[in-house]
Design a protein around this ligand. Sequence first.
Ligand SMILES: [Ca+2]
Ligand SMILES: [Ca+2]
Ligand SMILES: [Ca+2]
Ligand SMILES: [Ca+2]
Ligand SMILES: [Zn+2]
Length: 566
Amino acid sequence: MALATAVPPPAEVAEVKVDWTHYHNHAETTALLKDFAGDYPNLCRLLSIGKSFQGKDIWCLEITNSGTGPAAEKPGMYIDGNTHAGEVSGAETCLYMIRHLLENYGKDPLVTRLVDTRTFYILPKINPDGSDAYLRKPGDPVDPALKKVDDDGDGLLDEDGPEDLNGDGIISQMRVRDEKGPFKTHPKDPRLMVERRFDEKGEWRVVGPEGLDNDKDGRTNEDPPGGARSVTNRNYPAYWAPDWVQSGGGAYPLSEPEAKAQVDFILAHPNIAGVQAHHTHSGVILRPYCNMGDDQIPAQDMAYFMAVGAVGTELTGYPVLSVYNDFTTDKANPRHGVFVDWAYDFFGAFAFTTEIWKAPGETGKSAFDTFDELLAMQWNDKELGGRGFVDWTAFKHPVLGEVEIGGWNSNYFSQNPPPEFAEAEWKKNCLFELKHSEALPFLKIAGVKVVPLGDRLFRVLATVENEGFLPTNVTQKAIDHRLAKTVKARLELEDGEILSGGTTVDLGHIPGNNPAVSSPRGGAAAGSLNQRVAQWLVRLKGKKAQAVVTAVSEKAGTTKTKISLQ
Ligand SMILES: [Ca+2]
Ligand SMILES: [Ca+2]
Ligand SMILES: [Ca+2]
Ligand SMILES: [Ca+2]
Ligand SMILES: [Zn+2]
């Protein structure tokens, strides 16, 4: 990097207003990203990394101070959201991060330093098609230019969309009275149902989502306008498995255009050292692996996962969990082809996936552990005025006859936070991810010593330091998998000859700034562990000369300094 030049945002730029009580669809997100890119041309650049199945741009806002060097020569922090259609919280958290970085640049010292020294690649919506299908309200127009999607693979396109039968704007559940049904009315709250005991009579059977089975295939609302195809988080080239092992992986790794665009983008940006994906929900920070235990993670990597993760827990209140150990109910059927495993194991970055939002009533480690509906209902009554639950009401269904429509409005109660609770979630995750980016390895030239040896001979000693917390190789796994590149120091000399050392000196991998964590097996090492010295012996043609020392690390950045020899 060149010398730092602070770029204060132009004074006349008004803040980009973002309503954090609103979940933004693709068109709204696009407009916001264009506003940010237009307002902060020195700090960010809007890139389309590819198109979704329906032809929507998958946006990446690249954020760094262009005055302090090219984006590719700084440690990269990759942040994405909304891979799963309904997990729209991830997109909002990305937008929050974007706004936080751009509008606090020049005001907040940490933000300013990070935007000067790191490059953020922020992709709010990996899956804009699925996200739009989820956010679409019953009756909203569908853009006729978009490709239609056969969600259920029956050869018909968009043939069974949702019907808001009772006209309340929400697609709820339908239930019918049935003595053989699995549920009875909850004895403590008549709005709720509970499973009957084997020796009790049933009262209710849930027949599916509110609507009509338009194509009479026995399923209701299974192929709505638009749609998402799969784009699940199982389509990545890490321990991928086909349908007979796990459903949802797609036809082959990266068969989905969104996943392919995402992986191609990351591979084209090898400076990316930190990876953060956003999903919902559970209120947990997940780390690798999805299909293996912690014995497969080198001790040093585990120490870093714990150290960075602990900051995450402190700032978000979310525990850091292994997907396999703590987030997989059936250990015989773990997840395959998951992004976080690819990013850590196959790309060599330090990767987390956060499941944003722990809904009230979800008292277990993960959202699928427990749902205490009484607790959830109490919270719903107290905090939301009952808005999170649609009371069951009778409706005369044209096909099913007498039904009741109601139940949890789970999209904005459990799957995503209710709007008034959203901003606090976005903010605390943003603050953790800033800390993750602060932990990335960061190269600097701590000093250059020029020792005159007489007769136009000089010894040049450049001390290259990793100021960051993580080592320049980022993970031990990256070394094991031959992904990590060593740090190189280069001397460019006018009017002289390098006699020993060669132009480029290989400095190996440089540990981070905390030796206790850098070498967990050997205990604390010497204080200068995070420094390496490059040496050259040179002979000048004349009495003096100018030279440039450059230190290059793929993931810790490039830095250079000018020296004079005389
Ligand atoms: Ca279909
Ligand atoms: Ca309804
Ligand atoms: Ca149907
Ligand atoms: Ca329907
Ligand atoms: Zn998800």
